[in-house]
Design a binder for this molecule. Structure first.
Ligand SMILES: NC(=O)c1ccc[n+]([C@@H]2O[C@H](COP(=O)([O-])OP(=O)(O)OC[C@H]3O[C@@H](n4cnc5c(N)ncnc54)[C@H](O)[C@@H]3O)[C@@H](O)[C@H]2O)c1
Length: 392
């Protein structure tokens, strides 16, 4: 693949903190990708994430669908989201990025930011919407915007549909892998790093499918129970950053160090927090059979090679966590309506098809699932570019 189309470093004149935007590739003049805020965020990280978005878009290409894949992009701000100056910084970043958001970059929440916060800051920065760059591609803009707004208003048992879509896709990827290996859901144990948007929803869907969630980690540490955690109680006890109030723990739940989720006795590990969580050293402690990447870039390449060599399967981020992005566009472009059951059914069908395609390709080529996903992308990108073009 080529270099990114555009990489940009921004320095805040008030705090001196930096922000980044990488547009990896355009399709019909637009690229899609969220905005993250975390201390230590770098241009290199954002470039990797932008490339990942290009792949996620291409993987969901369905010539029969109304939604045509976009290009990939990503934004990042180097700041702790709980810093009292974080909101002002976010507004100034969005003001600086306004020309890009108005024309080429459709964005939304990612690590450290909620969609509500992005929406509020975007309005303050004078933007119509964080996804306004795609509006010129819509057949009926007002109907599409209403559909998306209605979808965002849908809640299922206390959690917004927008915060459930991604985790529904992650959970379905896990279930597809278990089905393929003929492993029953009951008795299968899961450990999750991160109980925010992605980790929280994944834990809910997996628990509801009959799996046992034995460990979850947040910024404060790991909460574990080999007999199974009360996932719904933990979800209800989260603050706005995905940290669980320990007051809801049951007497037999245990509090362990932050990295204990990694070595939990579990068949499935779901890293759903930070990038680079599993590295060449700590991978030794993993006992699971599957690692399912809800987070972006949580397993570094060196770790993946070592894990693969000892029979651990890593299902890659570009497939596993692609559901949120796809759900936004399916809804906006009108492939689905603002309805939770319709959204979950469409997500499940699409994720199963995609995971199946990737695992078939991996088997045929004798490669890892990640290499197979990349091969699928390599096949598709020229087709998409030829059919739709980089610029409109
Ligand atoms: N939100 C989305 O729509 C979306 C979509 C696709 C991929 N992702 C990826 O999923 C990951 C999580 O994003 P999110 O939106 O769920 O974030 P979030 O901010 O909603 O939640 C993050 C969670 O991770 C925990 N956490 C943070 N640092 C940690 C650490 N060092 N150790 C343990 N736990 C830690 C937090 O306590 C919180 O529970 C990111 O890699 C993001 O890029 C998010």
């Amino acid at each position: 693949m080529t270099d990114p189309l555009m990489s940009l470093v921004w320095t805040d004149h008030v705090t001196g903190r930096r922000g980044f935007l990488v547009v990896d590739r355009l399709v019909r003049g637009v690229a899609s990708g969220g905005l993250r805020m975390r201390p230590g965020c770098t241009l290199e990280e954002v470039a990797g994430l932008a490339r990942g978005m290009t792949m996620k878009e291409a993987l969901h290409y369905d010539p029969r669908g109304r939604y045509v894949p976009l290009g990939g992009a990503k934004g990042g701000i180097d700041c702790d989201p709980r810093d009292p100056r974080a909101y002002g910084l976010l507004v100034r970043y969005l003001r600086a990025m306004r020309p890009y958001i108005e024309s080429v970059w459709a964005t939304g929440e990612d690590l450290g930011l909620s969609q509500d916060l992005v929406d509020r800051a975007a309005a303050e920065a004078g933007l119509v919407s964080s996804v306004q760059a795609v509006y010129p591609l819509l057949d009926d803009e007002s109907a599409a915007r209403k559909r998306l707004a209605d979808a965002f208003a849908v809640e299922v048992d206390g959690i917004g549909l927008d915060e459930l879509a991604g985790g529904c896709g992650v959970a379905e990827s896990v279930l597809a892998a278990l089905d393929r290996a003929a492993v029953p859901y009951a008795g299968t144990r899961v450990a999750v790093q991160g109980l925010g948007t992605m980790g929280g929803a994944t834990a809910r869907f997996l628990a509801r499918a009959g799996l046992t969630v034995v460990a979850v980690a947040d910024l404060k540490g790991t909460i574990a129970n080999p007999a199974g955690l009360d996932v719904e109680a933990l979800l209800t006890a989260r603050d706005g950053y995905g940290t669980v109030d320990r007051g809801v723990l049951r007497p037999d739940d245990r509090e362990l160090p932050g990295d204990a989720w990694l070595s939990a006795e579990a068949e499935v590990l779901v890293p759903a927090a930070v990038s680079y969580a599993v590295d060449g050293t700590n991978q030794e402690r993993i006992r699971a059979r599957w690692i399912v990447e809800a987070a972006n870039m949580p397993v570094v390449a060196e770790a993946e090679a070592l894990l693969t060599a000892r029979g651990v399967t890593v299902l890659p981020d570009v497939v596993v966590n692609s559901g949120t992005n796809a759900w936004w566009w399916w809804t906006l472009f009108g492939d689905i309506g603002p309805d939770a059951d319709e959204a979950f059914a469409y997500l499940r069908r699409s994720m199963r098809a995609l995971v199946g395609l990737m695992l078939d390709r991996a088997e045929a080529d004798g490669t890892t699932p990640r290499a197979a996903a990349h091969a699928l992308v390599t096949d598709r990108l020229p087709v998409i570019a030829e059919r739709f073009g980089w610029y409109r």
